[in-house]
Design a protein around this ligand. Sequence first.
Ligand code: CLF
Ligand code: SF4
Length: 499
Amino acid sequence: MIELNVLGQSESNEASGCASGSCGSTGDQLSHLPEEIRKKVFNHPCYSEEAHHHFARMHVAVAPACNIQCHYCNRKYDCSNESRPGVVSEVLDPDQAVKKVMAVAAEIPQMTVLGIAGPGDPLANPERTFSTFRQLSEKAPDIKLCVSSNGLALPEHVEELCKHNIDHVTLTINCVDPEVGARIYPWVFWNNRRVKGRKGAKILIEQQQKGLEMLVERGVLVKVNSVLIPGVNDEHLKEVSKIVKDKGAFLHNVMPLIAEAEHGTFYGIMGQRGPTNEELVDLQDACAGDMNMMRHCRQCRADAVGLLGEDRGDEFTMDKIEMMDIDYDAAMVKRRAIHEAIEAELEVKHNKPNEALVTLSAIRKKETRPVLMAIATSGGGVINQHFGHATEFLIYEASATDVRFVSHRKVELYCSGGDTCGDAETTLEKIIRTLSGCEVVLCAKIGYEPWGMLEEAGIQPNGEHAMEFIEEAVAAVYLDMANNGQLEDKPVAAQQLTA
Ligand code: CLF
Ligand code: SF4
């Protein structure tokens, strides 16, 4: 019999090497991995779901040029293969980038990973990208180096990537069929000329697959990103997932297309829609049979700084960095101490009995329906955020046998400080719409007004589990619902998943 663990993946899936954190248990999500891989991912916030509660990443925007055109990209903005479209990053030269990384390492000791993800394609800017990596591998060897690419120039740079100990490479693969590719990529720049349509897509696909094989052969952990474009590659992504898994990719991250007319992209102007939350989760679930899925991606910007989901980039503009007076030796000692403290805390958690599963085992009737719960957290894996301070909610699904992380949903800030909450009513209505499908909101605190409106909408606010571990609190609330007979009814009719 296949047993489900607390994050909802089967043990057989675990055995296949999942580290996404969408599998694994609250015990130790990575315990099934070989020690050498575990060391590579345990503090990488993208490669381990658990790590993203504790460790931060940063990007430096050193790579402005690109060698292909994607229909979801407007060159004015960052590379949408790894970023939300519609944001523009300050482009840095490699020396500025190194200075910035050192400053962030000192100020945010939880930062463990430096990624280069744009604003164009890092491997279409090899001198700038590798100069940054070269300097950092000397000056800050405790920082993991990470890169994201469309893959066109990947095969020619694999050796150089390995030389710099870059153990994490993200490759955006939206298709393995040139017919599908021709609907996504109008052209690629290859051998000094533009190659259009199907021919161009075929070259890109061949380069991506070759690059993937070369990286896997050399033991590099490859994460594949795919942009889900309804009606273009939605069904096709299941095949993509299977092929990249067979070739040894470590993780698959299916991201939603974001196409707004104001971004000026081809898809935006043509009215190509993005997927609904439900379509995204369904496809991730369908691919999960074949592949380890990442579900906690935040589509960060090319100069993002901080925990996934938070953006502290404004604190680290070059003018502010020039003014900082940092004692780097003291900062490095503090970094080590903080990393050790987080690791010790996780060790304790992993060695404890799995409290969430213990709680769920008290549910006598096992055919209860699953329930979605929205969590306000600012990190640490605990419920520690005021409802009014949340800019996103983590969505967990509880059932009689497991608790699993499903996705996150971004919201506008409800309470922007001061005595009043301004036009909070409209903002609150939008938040409630974003949380549709959820039956409970768990937060550290919540005001009377949002409490009442959430209840009216059929979403039960709950502040009783402040500072508790998320999975344990979700399991406890689910048990209460079971004991109160709330799981025999259908969910509130109004709560349909929406985009
Ligand atoms: Fe950056 Fe990407 Fe490395 Fe992470 S992001 S280069 S693997 S360090 Fe992470 Fe951000 Fe999603 Fe990217 S959440 S967009 S997957
Ligand atoms: Fe834009 Fe990135 Fe595509 Fe290049 S690879 S066209 S920067 S989305």
